[in-house]
Design a protein around this ligand. Structure first.
Ligand SMILES: *[C@@H]1O[C@H](CO)[C@@H](O)[C@H](O)[C@H]1NC(C)=O
Ligand SMILES: *[C@@H]1O[C@H](CO)[C@@H](O)[C@H](O)[C@H]1NC(C)=O
Ligand SMILES: *[C@@H]1O[C@H](CO)[C@@H](O)[C@H](O)[C@H]1NC(C)=O
Ligand SMILES: *[C@@H]1O[C@H](CO)[C@@H](O)[C@H](O)[C@H]1NC(C)=O
Ligand SMILES: *[C@@H]1O[C@H](CO)[C@@H](O)[C@H](O)[C@H]1NC(C)=O
Ligand SMILES: *[C@@H]1O[C@H](CO)[C@@H](O)[C@H](O)[C@H]1NC(C)=O
Ligand SMILES: *[C@@H]1O[C@H](CO)[C@@H](O)[C@H](O)[C@H]1NC(C)=O
Ligand SMILES: *[C@@H]1O[C@H](CO)[C@@H](O)[C@H](O)[C@H]1NC(C)=O
Ligand SMILES: *[C@@H]1O[C@H](CO)[C@@H](O)[C@H](O)[C@H]1NC(C)=O
Length: 537
């Protein structure tokens, strides 16, 4: 739907409201608190009405009027002990004043959570798809991530309260969405008179892990699920961060930012034209034959003062392309490595160890060894991998591959990954969807034949959107919400592609994203910056 049409619909809705608010939509504050509180261990924190254009979240205002319910719901093993003794999760539910909002869109969390993701709520409220939207804080407070250190994540040596409460750890990646969704559906029923006819979940990264948890542990809650850059093998993903830090930590093995930019530019130079469009973008890195050894320093490089890689730097780069392997079996991958064309983004998260310091070391210290002095350089890449798996895998991983019941009940899932994601290898998404396909539909089945999960690999895509610094010209907004609704409700598989738009440099460029293994093919004669000029083939 065009923005214009959306705005005029919103205007109609809010005009109608002035005349008919009390008869068409109940007064928000009149919603049956008593029956709701009897059915759920929940408390209303506040109920607020927002007229069109009165809530501004990160520069975006609401195009429809809505009621916000902010609710605290108790969960965990102490739930019967009441407030104060049990854990609680806060969630927000936005109920738009649209005539038949028969759809719920629930949204997940990023990183270590602790906050409600209002930005994503606003996107889906304004999407023109008539969603009621809901999101929660995942069951712990932001301040419990770092004991007040002031970052959204942890840091080495810092006590992180929520890692010391098993219910809160399980809520974070496994249960948070299932804790608030039934309550959200019930409030929708009180307000509109019926439950949502279709329910969806969309989120990325930590939220991608929550998406897989829903499919695995709570398959009845949602009809369609969008999982972006999923962190659902959190244990091993954490080890990929530690690996990236360890492999680049010495003066000899470090990969300075200009060297990373040089590698990325060399890759793009060699492979940009394979897809037939000169746009500094590689459609399919797997088709790129780039050999990093071609950048090894030679006498000529030194004489001509050209950037090149020393033997130690070459090994470090190869280790990042490979990902961590077990020390007792070098051919056994612990987690896949990063793709060709992602190098320019490795600097902060990998080489400078930002992800390891914020996530891996805190998890090892708080959750695995429960010793804030634990020294991560002593990590044993064989026995300690097994210990990590057994100690916290059941709390934070969601990697089942048998989706038989999910598939049989007609549920649909879109999984997407950014080819240039420097945090979570896009190859993980591909390997995992492939494994699910085979475990569910038979060992001979390919991803192309999967009829319940579609995988979308985003060329030049970063971690949950733009890889801002290195690919500012790549469209970074994706039409997945509309694609999943079309698939679930119209039975239209998104095989003709999904529109992406909105590069961070402000250019008016759109692209067609395709369901793997299809890739966008340029139709001769078109405008290279218009998604209509591409087909999926
Ligand atoms: C609603 O309650 C929350 C939590 O108590 C508070 O932070 C927020 O300011 C309140 N909002 C309004 C509009 O009253
Ligand atoms: C929303 O708030 C931002 C500042 O956070 C401001 O720059 C922008 O103009 C506001 N937008 C509207 C439509 O009010
Ligand atoms: C849950 O109950 C146990 C046992 O009474 C108690 O030790 C724990 O602190 C309680 N949890 C919370 C979050 O209050
Ligand atoms: C990559 O290049 C190196 C050195 O030029 C060469 O020894 C090696 O065989 C090449 N690898 C592949 C896979 O072509
Ligand atoms: C080598 O090139 C870099 C920039 O690419 C420049 O800063 C440096 O001065 C050059 N060194 C020599 C010896 O020319
Ligand atoms: C915590 O880790 C440090 C550093 O490895 C070690 O010296 C110490 O013994 C450990 N403490 C406990 C209680 O295991
Ligand atoms: C997958 O799960 C279904 C039940 O949901 C079961 O019947 C089937 O045997 C399982 N398949 C495999 C390969 O384990
Ligand atoms: C579902 O199909 C109808 C009829 O073709 C169409 O108007 C609508 O846009 C489709 N829904 C979505 C979300 O694409
Ligand atoms: C952006 O591109 C679309 C078609 O691709 C065109 O209709 C629109 O006018 C363009 N907008 C601007 C601001 O150039």
């Amino acid at each position: 739907m065009s923005t214009l049409l959306r705005i005029s619909l919103a205007a109609v809705a809010s005009c109608a409201l002035v005349a008919a608010r009390s008869s068409v939509f109940p007064d928000c504050s009149g919603i049956a608190h008593a029956s709701f509180s009897a059915a759920f261990p929940a408390t209303f924190l506040n109920v607020t009405y927002y007229d069109t254009g009165t809530l501004n979240v990160s520069g975006i205002v609401n195009e429809v009027s809505f009621c916000e319910f902010l609710v605290s719901i108790r969960y965990g093993k102490n739930v019967s002990m009441g407030a104060g003794r049990s854990n609680s999760l806060q969630f927000a539910l936005w109920l738009p004043e649209l005539k038949y909002p028969s759809r719920l869109m629930a949204l997940g969390n990023g990183g270590e959570a602790g906050v409600i993701n209002y930005d994503d709520m606003m996107d889906d409220l304004n999407s023109g798809l008539n969603f009621a939207v809901a999101a929660g804080n995942a069951g712990h407070l932001f301040s419990d991530n770092d004991a007040g250190v002031g970052t959204s994540l942890g840091a080495p040596g810092v006590y992180q309260p929520y890692f010391h409460d098993e219910d809160q750890v399980k809520a974070w990646l496994h249960d948070a969405i299932s804790i608030f969704t039934p309550a959200a559906k019930s409030l929708m029923e009180s307000y509109y008179g019926y439950r949502p006819r279709h329910s969806y979940f969309r989120s990325c990264s930590t939220g991608g892990a929550q998406a897989f948890s829903l499919a695995e542990f709570h398959p009845d809650l949602f009809d369609g699920i969008i999982a972006g850059c999923p962190a659902n093998w959190f244990t091993h993903l954490s080890l990929a961060f530690l690996w990236g830090q360890q492999q680049t930590k010495t003066d000899a093995t470090t990969l300075p930012a200009p060297v990373l930019d040089f590698i990325q530019a060399s890759v793009i130079k060699e492979c940009d034209l394979i897809d037939g469009v000169a746009d500094n973008l590689i459609e399919n890195p797997l088709a790129c034959p780039f050999n990093i050894s071609s950048l090894a320093c030679t006498a000529a490089h030194h004489a001509e003062n050209i950037t090149c890689l020393t033997p130690s730097q070459l090994s470090a780069a190869k280790a990042l392309y490979q990902g961590p392997v077990r020390s007792d079996s070098l051919s056994t991958s612990i987690f896949p490595g990063y793709a060709l064309g992602s190098e320019g983004g490795w600097s902060l998260p990998q080489v400078q160890g930002a992800m390891s310091n914020a996530i891996t070391i805190p998890i090892l210290q708080n959750l695995v060894y429960r010793n804030l002095s634990y020294d991560p350089s002593t990590f044993n890449w064989a026995s300690d991998v097994d210990f990590l798996d057994s100690r916290v895998g059941p709390l934070i991983d969601a990697v089942t591959t048998n989706f038989t019941s999910f598939r049989k009940s007609g549920k649909k899932m879109i999984v997407y990954a950014g080819w240039a994601d420097p945090m979570i290898s896009p190859m993980w998404s591909m390997q995992h969807v492939e494994a699910i396909t085979k475990a569910t539909m038979g060992s001979q089945t390919t991803i192309a034949e999967n009829d319940f999960i579609k995988l979308v690999m985003v060329p030049g895509g970063g971690h949950c959107g733009a890889q801002v610094a290195k690919y500012p010209y790549v469209p970074a907004q994706y039409g997945f919400s509309s694609a999943i609704v079309d698939w679930v409700e119209n039975k239209t598989e998104p095989v003709e592609g999904i529109k992406s738009w909105g590069p961070t440099n402000g250019e008016n460029r759109t692209r067609r994203l395709c369901t793997w293994p299809l890739v966008a093919k340029f139709k001769a004669g078109g405008d290279v910056d218009d998604w209509e000029s591409y087909t999926c083939g």
